[in-house]
Write a protein that binds this ligand. Structure first.
Ligand code: ADP
Ligand code: MG
Length: 803
């Protein structure tokens, strides 16, 4: 950690608190931040800053002194000593106060110090993580490192870059924001800044687009170094296996339209069944018979039948499992995905083509452009490509083990600077969803009658609209925050703390926006007024798949020591309770005797059982994620091999010609043509052509490779019947499919080059089919969009084979 300061010096500096020493000893325990050394660093930094301000009392003087002090840190070693860290933090305090009029709390300094030593920090909502992130980013930037601050959406990237700008200016570092609205030229210059605020998705899309560039100057990104991730658990845990996809170049249409209309006619129960947790749908024997009747010529159980099988499965998935207003909404004639963990429209995102087309058919919409996947990138791999990663969240400690295992990161909690006095009331569990909703409305009416602001958190758009209607019936106007109006959600949520406000919000809509009691901008009188009413009441309608998401929602109330309350209303019909049969909890049947007239479950311990069901559900998600990582690992490695070659060809103008020159062309008809071309075109023009062709072939082959692997991944499960481990089998296939990849690309490129037509001393690349689609687009695939599609196929087959 710190080499310069001796243990003796350190001991002398640190206040000799036994408690701290004990905590220090505990340091390797997940969930605990280092306080013995860094707590002292933080408090000494605050004291230093105060002294600096006192001795330089004239306006602007303290800031100037801080800037001078900063200059001495420029040449410091790669790892700051405690003293250097203390110096920097004291400067940050002074400059932040000068720039934004806010004095960093000691908790914020402790958080920043821990983050700068690599620990992820957990700080409650409203504790000022934006400032902490800026202090950390500023520290890296002040030492000449480039920093990316990753946010969960464009809005926050823009807001935070703008908000922190005055601080960075005084610090002498540049900061910019990149959003989906930033054009290529601005993007390129924004990425040159010392600090770049950008949403995770947007950054990933830029990585993908840059990978496909054909001239070095087309690239927009700079090399990655340090990154600070806001809402880090959302990014590194919930969204980690979400593939970001770059697609383009239309290819043949799938037969999905045909299939989707077939699927539409299937009868529930008779032709297909849905499993208890509503994640898998499978054909019954009757359903299979209908498939055979409809496609008599297709050998369903041969490899030739696999594409049909998977497209039926995709269509069935779209038809039965994807619900309008829950999984997607239809807006302006388009089906738009609603992100599972954020409850907001995933902008510019689409499902993989088969699924998109299936949903469009289901909704009778026009089909959007079909394309093929050019490349893809998991959020996890994106974050792992940074030299150093740290971050902050309101909920990080619950996933401390996960962060350690998958990212080698430690996480610890920073206590709030004012004690949290929010009341988290006991969960109320009802038998049915309707009874639960009635209880929610009753609670909202009671609170609203006193003027207390109420925030109701629902899982999806459909539920938020149901509550809006129920509230309207009760004569209560509410603000709705859902995927339909996300452009204004920040403004709405900012006012959710006003007296008499009732706000209905889907999941984490409006995440990152502060809810001030009394409304925004801050008003002491209005704040006091609402505080006297008990602050904000957060009602959670049904548990989310993770306790962390429940906690995020709870955290909307009781910020910075404010009063507030939270309560969860669940029902035995909720998805969180539904998975439990699978885990032998057998809850729903047995509680029927233990309910009151309003359907409230009075059985003691019911909440604990739900806790368990929820934990198991989250565990199941993790397992699914791990699985998809395993499937992805080898592909990611192969991608590196291809990219290394691609980079060489891109940056070294002679490389492609050299490669093709040494490519064995004995099999190729026009052998010897390369020499001929050299004499006609000259070396430079020939090298240019070779480079363009080789880049093209590398990309095309890679895209084909991905397509092949995704087909194989679906088909490989058929072999699970042969008792082979599907993952091992997939890995074998992946390796086999990649064998000779580069040689194939070289041979294909050589063949194309040798057949090139020449017009006016230049080669006609377009005539040779070396044309890149002018449009590419990006999207995010909903994690595991097919549920356990492959398992479903195996099930059909087992049934079919009478096993
Ligand atoms: P978080 O991301 O932790 O939920 P934010 O960074 O959005 O919190 O900050 C919440 C609110 O607290 C903002 O209104 C911000 O201005 C305020 N705030 C943060 N730090 C301080 C501070 N040191 N002094 C005064 N206000 C602060
Ligand atoms: Mg925040």
């Amino acid at each position: 950690m710190n080499n310069e300061t001796s243990a003796k010096q350190r001991a002398a500096k640190s206040r000799p608190l036994l408690g701290n020493k004990f905590k220090n000893w505990l340091m390797n325990t997940p969930g605990v931040v280092e306080t013995a050394v860094l707590g002292t660093v933080a408090s000494r930094a605050a004291a230093q800053a105060a002294t600096l301000q006192q001795t330089h009392a004239a306006p602007g003087q303290a800031a100037a002194a801080a800037q001078q002090k900063l200059a001495s840190l420029r040449g410091a070693a790669a790892v700051w000593s405690d003293a250097e860290l203390e110096n920097y933090l004291s400067c940050a305090v002074v400059l932040l106060e000068e720039a934004l009029g806010m004095t960093l709390f000691d908790t914020q300094l402790l958080a920043a110090a821990n983050m700068l030593r690599g620990t992820v920090v957990e700080m409650d909502t409203g504790e000022g993580k934006t400032l902490v992130g800026a202090v950390v980013a500023g520290a890296h930037a002040a030492r000449g490192r480039r920093v990316h601050v990753l946010t969960v959406n464009d809005y926050l990237a823009q807001r935070d870059a703008h908000w922190m700008h005055p601080f960075y200016e005084l610090l002498g570092v540049s900061a910019e924001a990149v959003t989906s609205a930033t054009d290529a030229a601005d993007r390129r210059s924004a990425y040159l800044a010392d600090i770049v605020y950008v949403s995770v998705n947007e950054l990933g899309f830029d990585v993908l687009r840059d990978r496909g560039c054909t001239e070095p100057e087309e690239a927009v990104l700079q090399p990655f170094d340090a990154c600070v991730v806001d809402e880090i658990d959302s990014v590194l845990v919930d969204e980690a296996t979400v593939p970001l996809v770059l697609a383009g170049r239309a290819r043949s249409e799938l037969q999905s339209v045909d299939v989707a209309s077939f699927v539409k006619e299937l009868r529930p129960a008779a032709d297909y069944t849905v499993d208890a947790n509503k994640r898998n749908v499978s054909l019954t024997d009757a359903g299979l018979a209908r498939v055979e009747a409809r496609w008599p010529d297709v050998e369903l159980y041969s490899a030739a039948g696999t594409p049909l099988f998977s497209s039926i499965n995709v269509a069935l998935h779209a038809q039965v499992l994807l619900q309008r207003d829950v999984d997607y909404i239809v807006r302006d004639g388009k089906a738009e995905i609603v992100s599972d963990s954020r409850g907001r429209v995933a902008h510019l995102q689409r499902w993989p083509d088969g699924l998109q087309a299936a949903v469009e058919t289901k909704e009778g919409l026009h089909h959007t452009e079909q394309g093929e996947v050019l490349d893809q990138l998991l959020v996890r791999d994106l974050v792992k490509s940074f030299g150093s990663v740290t971050g902050m969240s309101g909920t990080a400690v619950a996933v401390a083990d996960y962060l350690r295992t998958h990212y080698e990161l430690d996480a610890g909690r920073i206590p709030p600077h004012k004690q949290c006095i929010r009341q988290d009331r006991a969960e109320q569990v009802h038998s049915t969803g309707a009874q639960r909703d009635a209880a929610v409305i009753a609670a909202a009416i009671t609170a609203h009658a006193t003027g207390q602001p109420v925030l109701i958190g629902t899982h999806d758009v459909a539920a938020s609209e149901r509550f809006t209607a129920l509230l309207a019936d009760a004569g209560i106007d509410c603000q709705v925050l859902n995927a339909r109006n996300d452009s204004v959600e920040a403004d709405i949520i900012a006012q959710a703390g006003r007296r008499g406000a009732v706000t209905v919000s889907t999941q984490m809509a409006g995440r990152g926006t502060d809810i001030l009691l009394g409304g925004s901008p801050a008003n002491a009188e209005a704040h006091g007024d609402v505080a006297a009413l008990g602050g904000l009441l957060v009602i959670i309608v049904g548990r989310y798949y993770s306790p962390r998401l429940d906690a995020q929602l709870r955290g909307r109330a009781g910020r910075q020591g404010d009063p507030g309350a939270s309560i969860i209303y669940s029902s035995m019909e909720d998805p969180a309770a539904n998975g439990q049969e699978a885990h032998g909890l057998e809850l729903s049947d047995s509680v029927d005797q233990d309910t009151d007239d309003a359907g409230l479950v009075t059985r003691a311990g019911v909440s604990r059982l739900l806790d368990r069901a929820q934990r198991l559900a989250e565990q199941e998600r993790f397992t699914t994620q791990q699985n998809s990582w395993k499937y992805n690992e080898l592909i990611a490695y192969q991608r590196k091999v291809v990219l290394a070659e691609r980079d060489r060809v891109l940056h070294d103008r002679a490389a492609a010609l050299e490669i093709l020159d040494s490519t064995d062309s004995t099999d190729i008809a026009g052998s010897g043509r390369l020499e001929e071309l050299r004499s006609i075109l000259g070396g430079v023009e020939l090298a240019r052509a070779c480079r363009a062709v080789l880049l093209f072939e590398l990309d095309a082959l890679w895209s084909d490779h991905l397509a092949l692997l995704s087909e194989q991944r679906a088909a490989i499960h058929l072999r699970a019947l042969g008792r082979q481990n599907p993952l091992d089998e997939f890995r074998r296939e992946t390796i086999r499919a990649f064998e000779g990849f580069l040689d194939d690309a070289h041979a294909a490129a050589l063949e194309t080059v040798e057949a090139l037509e020449i017009a006016d001393g230049r080669v006609d690349l377009a005539a040779a089919g070396i044309r890149r689609g002018s449009t590419t687009w990006t999207y995010v695939v909903d994690e595991n969009p097919f549920g356990n599609q492959s398992d479903a196929i195996v099930k059909w087959l087992l049934k079919k084979l009478g096993k």
